[in-house]
Design a protein around this ligand. Structure first.
Ligand code: MV4
Length: 449
């Protein structure tokens, strides 16, 4: 096992990784920008190294500075967290070339899943169900027309290098296909330097359901059930649940079996998430994330697993030590992302947090790097805390989240807590009756009245 790990991230996720390390008897190295000198992840680490000025490009994305920090502190492994360098195949490769362990999948698997066309082709060959669409990249407009006629309009043209909602164009009818083709290609070239695009039938009212996977270096792959992440606004998730209110145990078992078999055949190791659109009882794979995700705690709560600890054990070459039948989902978990934003306009609200009180009690978890007097810098993501609750049933989890939000005090900046309260009180949310479009409509309704 490693004796020292460098954590190439900031905020709540840097703390989350430190906590796993501390429990495993592993020393931690924090890296930070000059803007984060007073940050909690710096205070709580065993050692800290300043790696550059505030801009992420010059600090948290500065590969040379991060590798130097690892070398001078004698760290043996690097955990990238989420965002920043977590899905950068070249970084993973460079880390390994320097004789350090990258706590994540192989560079080859990161690269394979980073290209959405290769990801889909690979999954199709391994028997994972996909959205009907093109077999690989579209060579020309004519083939786009042909595939669109075959699968039926409306269709989506997506960039191979896109993902997370970037670089998508809808064509509602044949009249719109040429425009969608041209715009998608032009935007993909400008944004990613890669104009490869593919086509899918547009699903009009899906849920976003994702499956948490872990694989070890010995060919064992298991899943920890699904998360329902349909409540998003402009591709930013706001509230996540485990399990999905829409799935039956039989559906979960089937997609779980198909997915773990596929990843075992790929030789996938460490943590990964398969993203599906789920509509009319059908799962359609769309993308795979090769990192620990923001919303991993809801899975941890229902499965009683420490996913970060597992990532570290796997990177150190240890075996999982359990099989699928040992993994049981118990109860229901909900996560509310607390962003420092105006709850109506979503404009960022950086500034000083004068008063901070974290909620507590049975089944309540607050993952945050906040403290009273902390000045939220304007340079990074606006998420300042994740409030997670766990309870025997979904209904009890909702009541527990409402209670926990009432206890939560973040004074000095605006937060999205008032929006969370409205969502939790809404009858259709309470019924679990929502799709990926629900939140946008809900927010629009709120601002009207
Ligand atoms: C889709 C889709 C409908 N049909 N693909 C957006 C993010 C990216 N991961 C995939 N996305 C979508 N792909 C087909 N064939 C609708 C979306 C989509 C979406 C997906 C998940 C969560 C929120 C979303 C919001 C708008 C569109």
């Amino acid at each position: 096992m490693f004796s020292k790990i460098l954590i190439a991230n900031r905020g709540e996720i840097a703390l989350r990784i430190q906590r796993a390390c501390r429990e495993m008897g592993i020393k931690t190295v924090a890296v930070h920008s000059t803007a984060d000198a007073d940050a909690m992840h710096v205070r709580l680490a065993d050692e800290a190294v300043c790696i550059g000025p505030p801009s992420s490009r010059d600090s948290y994305l500065n590969v040379a500075a991060i590798l130097s920090a690892a070398t001078i502190t004698g760290a043996e492994a690097i955990h990238p967290g989420y965002g920043f360098l977590s899905e950068n195949a070249e970084f993973a490769e460079t880390v390994e070339e320097h004789g350090l362990a990258f706590i994540g999948p192989t560079a080859q698997h990161i690269r394979m899943m980073g290209d959405k066309i290769t990801a889909k082709t690979t999954m199709r060959e391994l028997g994972v169900p996909l959205v009907p669409g093109s077999d690989g990249a579209l060579p020309d407009l004519q083939s786009a027309r042909e595939v669109a006629e075959r699968v039926g309009y409306p269709v989506l043209i997506k960039a191979a290098a896109g993902g997370g909602g970037r670089g998508m164009k809808v064509a509602k009818t044949a009249d719109e296909i040429e425009e969608a083709w041209t715009v998608a290609r032009t935007e993909a070239r400008a944004a990613f330097g890669n104009d490869e695009v593919y086509l899918e039938k547009y699903l009009n009212r899906p849920r976003h359901i994702e499956l948490q996977i872990l694989g070890d270096a010995h060919g064992n792959v298991v899943h920890f059930g699904e998360r329902d992440c349909s409540l998003q606004r402009r591709h930013q998730k706001l509230l996540e649940e485990a399990g999905s209110p829409a799935l039956t145990d039989a559906e979960r078992e089937e997609i779980g079996r198909t997915s773990t078999e596929a990843l075992a055949r790929m030789g996938y190791r460490n943590a990964g998430t398969l993203e599906f659109l789920y509509q009319d009882g059908q799962f359609c794979f769309i993308e795979m994330n090769t990192r620990l995700q923001v919303e991993h705690p809801v899975t941890e709560m229902v499965c009683s697993v420490d996913l970060v600890r597992e990532q570290i054990r796997i990177a150190a070459g240890e075996k999982l030590g359990y099989t699928q039948k040992d993994i049981k989902m118990s109860g229901h978990a909900i996560e509310c992302r607390i962003n420092a934003e105006n709850p109506e306009t979503f404009a960022p609200s950086p500034g000083t947090v004068n008063v901070f009180h974290a909620p507590g009690g049975l089944g309540v978890r607050m993952d945050s790097a906040l403290y009273a007097g902390y000045r939220i810098p304007p340079y990074y993501d606006s998420m300042i805390a994740k409030l997670i609750v766990h309870a025997p049933t979904r209904q009890e989890a909702i009541a527990r989240m409402q209670r926990a939000l009432d206890e939560c005090v973040v004074d000095g900046v605006q937060t999205v807590i008032p929006l969370h309260r409205k969502i939790l009180a809404d009858p259709s949310f309470q019924k679990g009756d929502y799709t990926i479009h629900w939140l946008e409509n809900f927010v629009a309704e709120q601002t009207k009245s």
